[in-house]
Ligand binder design. Structure first.
Ligand code: CAO
Length: 537
């Protein structure tokens, strides 16, 4: 049963009139729930609008450059409709046409087929920038034979049939137009005449050529010499040009060493990782000082047993990228401390008992937030962020105290923020964290509720653990991890006494906070939790 859904821009916080910078789908595309439909980008944030359900795109209501706000209609989705004939699976459909296909003009019948430049729209005298075959090569139907590239488009001329190259009529740099003879092929196999003479091929080729021309319309400089040696489709060339990638440096891992889209991506990732490594790793073992990371291992897991593949949730994809960046870029150290919360926990339980009827409940997290605010006030470096926007590293000290806390949800980790925690009491903070965690679990947190944090607490106390190493939520400079309190024997000078001990794990950015300062902070928090009266001092 299909149902029409109007997909609108969700709550995007304070952002209004945000330009659409990418439209990933078109009518007829099949999308899964959570697939990105369009990307919005303001000067401060980039946001994807995901599909609320699986279905087929009926109408796209926005285009690149349109300005949208919360509630703007993005597209109409036929939800629940199964992919019917003619509907294209997203990704495949959005690939720019890579070549005149299925067949360029092939005039002479078997055994020799002359491959000529097909209808390439308004393009004339287009230089040949690559010849992928030589005389004697066996080619399959659709193998690229030569690449033409004007200042506006790049087009492959594919083999119309399987065969062996008999003669090549062009050389690099030759200028060709529709009908120019490119190559002579001796057909192999039986289907020669049918394919070569297919009358349907010409309009299809013209259409594809026009699509290739439109999709490659960036008037970018043509990298003739290096790109000429590379074995890549027009869409890959365009992609590489957009990223400024010299294709001659990219290792092609496709058939016959052809450079694929993902090869360019991997090349860029490698360069970026090296750049990040160069900026942060000062004493790397590699000669270049960069990370010199190996590519991600590719393992055919199915060889070893049954498997199931699922995409990562949207939250995990986004937070994963941030975590990886923070892990690589921040020289972080984790400092451990044990706080004696015997009296605090007794007090918390007593107050909760007194308030049983009202339903108001104090949580350990609320006390932790309060203690951290007090410590941030005493150690302002912890309430700061590194800023490099002026070209030089500066430290921004924040005069407000917004505390984030990690909340576990079925879709992954979210990090809502208690704003102005210094101005709130523990009851108010406990109620607010409870409400924010509930919204997080229901997927209802708005961006504004997850922005502006100065410091984060990650409490695993409800679950267990002794200590861990939380990753800093950059550009914050520290995060406090908390595990489950447990009764421990503590020496009081005369005897071992049972005390309730709360394990603390503070990770701090060593560029801002050195070990002495971090330990002072931890000791201070420990003393506050040990005797909350100190918070008044
Ligand atoms: N030691 C012992 N018990 C603790 C405790 C601690 N440090 N912290 C909480 N508890 C107890 C609570 O008292 C509660 O018991 P009662 O129901 O008897 O009162 C129980 O554990 C469950 O607490 P909770 O964790 O649900 O509630 P909370 O207010 O303490 O925490 C929240 C809320 C949102 C922090 C929590 O639900 C959560 O999502 N934690 C996971 C955070 C996380 O994943 N961090 C990792 C990030 S890095 O991957």
């Amino acid at each position: 049963m299909s149902q029409t859904i109007e997909v609108k821009v969700p709550d995007i916080g304070d952002f209004k009139d945000v330009p659409v910078i990418e439209v990933m789908v078109k009518p007829g595309d099949t999308v899964k729930a959570e697939d990105s439909l369009v990307t919005l980008e303001s000067d401060k944030a980039t946001m994807d609008v995901p599909s609320p359900a699986a279905g087929i795109v009926k109408e796209v209501k926005v285009k690149i450059g349109d300005k949208v706000s919360e509630g703007t209609l993005v597209l109409v989705l036929d939800a629940g409709a199964s992919s019917s004939e003619g509907a294209t699976v997203r990704g495949e459909a959005s690939k720019p046409a890579s070549a005149p296909s299925p067949s360029p003009i092939a005039a002479t019948p078997s055994p020799l087929t002359e491959v000529k430049v097909p209808d390439i729209g308004d393009f004339k005298d287009v230089p040949v920038i690559e010849i992928m075959v030589k005389v004697g090569d066996a080619v399959k139907a659709e193998d690229a034979l030569v690449t033409l590239e004007s200042d506006k488009a790049t087009m492959d001329v594919p083999a119309p049939i399987a065969g062996v190259v008999q003669a090549i009529a062009v050389k690099l740099g030759d200028k060709v137009s529709q009908g120019s003879l490119i190559i002579t092929l001796a057909a192999t196999g039986a289907a020669v005449a049918a394919t070569a003479a297919s009358p349907a091929a010409a309009p299809a080729a013209a259409e594809a050529a026009a699509a290739a021309a439109t999709s490659s319309s960036t008037p970018a400089p043509v990298a003739t010499a290096p790109a000429g040696k590379a074995h890549a489709s027009p869409s890959v060339r365009k992609f590489a040009r957009e990223l400024g990638v010299d294709l001659s440096k990219v290792a092609g891992r496709g058939p016959k060493g052809r450079i694929r889209h993902e090869d360019v991506q991997n090349y860029v990732k490698g360069v970026m990782a090296q750049a990040a490594g160069g900026a942060t790793a000062t004493a790397g073992a590699s000669l270049g000082g960069g990370l010199d990371l190996l590519p991600w291992p590719k393992v055919d897991f199915a060889k070893f047993g049954a498997i199931e593949t699922k995409p990562l949730s949207r939250i995990k994809k986004i937070s994963g990228q941030n975590l990886a960046r923070n892990w690589v870029m921040v020289p972080a150290v984790t400092y451990h401390e044990d706080a004696d919360i015997t009296d605090l926990e007794a007090f918390r339980l007593q107050v909760n008992k007194e308030n049983e009827k009202s339903g108001q409940k104090l949580t350990m997290l609320a006390f932790l937030i309060k203690a951290c605010v007090k410590a941030l006030q005493k150690f302002p470096e912890f309430n700061a962020s590194i800023d490099t926007s002026g070209g030089e590293m500066t430290l921004v000290y924040k005069k407000y105290f917004h505390i984030a806390f990690a909340a576990d949800t079925p879709n992954g980790l979210v990090v809502p923020v208690v704003k102005n925690a210094d101005q709130k009491g523990v009851f108010e903070i406990a109620a607010e964290t409870g409400e924010l965690a509930r919204k997080g679990r229901e997927g209802k947190l708005g961006p504004a509720e997850m922005q502006g944090a100065c410091f984060t607490i990650s409490s695993l106390g409800g679950i267990g653990g002794t200590h861990f190493s939380p990753i800093i939520n950059a550009p914050e400079v520290a995060i406090l991890g908390v595990n489950k309190s447990a009764m421990k024997p503590v020496w009081d000078g005369k005897a071992f006494v049972p005390r309730l001990i709360l394990p603390l794990s503070l990770t701090a950015d060593h560029r801002v906070i050195d070990g002495a300062m971090a330990t002072h902070f931890n000791v201070y928090v420990r003393r506050l939790l040990g005797d909350m009266r100190r918070i008044m001092l």
